[in-house]
Design a binder for this molecule. Sequence first.
Ligand SMILES: [Zn+2]
Length: 666
Amino acid sequence: MVPKELEWVWNARWASYEAGDKELYQFSEKDFDKKAKKLAQAGVNAVITSGFHFRWSFVHEWPKLSEMLRKIVKSCHKYNIKVVEHHSAVLTHNPAGENEWSQIKKWEINLKHKEFYKGLEDGDISYEGVWLSQMRQIDPRTGQFSHTVYKGWALCPNNPLYQKLYFQYLAQVYKCGVDGIMTDDVQFRPSGYGCGCPYCRKLFTQKTGYKMPPNGLCDKSFYGNMDNPSYRAWLIWRKESTRDHHRRVTNHFRRLGLELCRPFYSSADTTAWAIQGLAGEVENASKLWTTIFTEVLGLLPNYYTWPYAGSEAKHRNALCYREKVPAMCLFYPKDEKENLLCWALTKSWGQCYWGGISEKKQEALGEVFNFEKEHPELYEKPETISEIGILFSSQTRTTYKGMKEEYYVEEWRGWVQTLMRANIQFDVIIDQDLEQKRYFDRFKLLILPNAAHLSKKQISSLYSFVEKGGNLILTYETGMYDETGRKHEKYPLEKLKKYGKGKVLTIPGKPGVKTSFYLESIVDDKRLIKTNYKPDKNSMKLIIDSVKKLYNKPLLETENIHEGILVNIFKHKKELVIHLANVAGTSDYKGKIIKPAKHLNFPSVYSLSGKSSMTLKIRKIMRKAKLFSPEIKEEIDLNCYQKNSCTIVEIPDKYLNCYSAILLEK
Ligand SMILES: [Zn+2]
């Protein structure tokens, strides 16, 4: 639930507030005011600060940074903009080797900050009598500091010295009057091994009774060995341990009498590499967040990678529906056109938008944010009405087989992406939802793509769903193991087929793996990607045919709608809103090197279909249909009529370029 003080987060229109050397050394109060005014004019009403991200590398400047933050907050509040402070809670800069040193030296910020640079040369920084090296994460294979991909080391959130100093610092940040806090990068490194510090070892043994192998040993009977129950317990303990850090943050500010907004995110919360690897899970701490979002990484060309971002976004929706908080999506568009598309995708997923466009181009946010501000009826608190649930099994992702995504995640992702492409309305649900039979009154079909690890409670939920007439699709090894990864002696779903009124379809293979979008490689840092991705047509057909067979009276049907026009429906009080987003031309690009600037266009809908209008059929009775778009000045009345308890809406092709929304009234 969103606390009363933070209700504003439901209608937040987010942007980044870049705070660097210019703001720190040169800005006058007038400059801060000017910057805030510009953001307000672009329709922004909430910002997340960025700058001096590896905060521990700048300990000597913390008082000065707080002074700047106070000015940012004061100026933003003048224009009714909320401010969330954001930094890395654990990462530090420590270049290793010639190559990393030369990169750091090129980065001019370091040269201006003498103490920071001295800290790099000395190899350590002391703060309040504590060396940073006393708080670092340890690579258990070597007993040395854990090196990160960010050219540095990381501090350990389980270290009591760290906890004391970090919470002292957070209290200083809160005194600047911020509305929220984001403490990033709370993960264990190196991937799959960290942390081997004495505090982590002790905690792990206390909580589970198991022991980690001693430092200086890469024990293969432990690391990566899913047959070893102590390794599986360690994977689960690590993610509980990062959650405990976040819980301490909330408890701490509440003890200070504060209620702060806590946006939280992951770019890849569903993946094994993120959770088995680094253990910083969003899902298991979802109760703590005020808004939960996906960061769509800046190096991915947004246009082509929407299926990947979309499947992650669907998972965040699952967490947000459960916790009754708004979902959000952060994109890094590079110009106005990309911004429009990124916003359109976000809105069609029922989420708030954080336009992470560079400061120079922030004006572009005005086009979409001011439109959004004028049409609260299209965007405020969307409610889902879908009748299909797809289980994302965090249990399976965490302790099933190993870190290769095709074991589990790609199978799940393939089902999600194929249904998104086909405009079949559905929701992702999580393990606890299934356990608690949540949404069972709404769902007609449940899909479990290789949900191998199921608890007794989840299995009994499935029996009661089928007993009452719900239909079920299971693939591959669904239900073969318990929630901790121990194999069931007897297959517990054996009797399900002949159990109740509902139909059960079992698919022995993993069709999702063959349809799931992946990137082969990122060619360089200019956001070019090479991909051999080509969804297997037969597997796609198998997925869609299976769903249509068990769900034959869909909530929403489309006619004359070309592939690549995405259609999503939400309920807003008594009205329904349908979002149309145009991503046509992104489905077939085997082996191509993709240059996003060249490819970003919105092919006219007419040229795609050769027909002059699109038709939507909705299984609800509605009387009126109006179309709105930031690309069209006036609102358009659409032809709309009722037939066999359904509403039919016709949309002339000329009314869809990149994005349009349709409001259906009773
Ligand atoms: Zn540790």
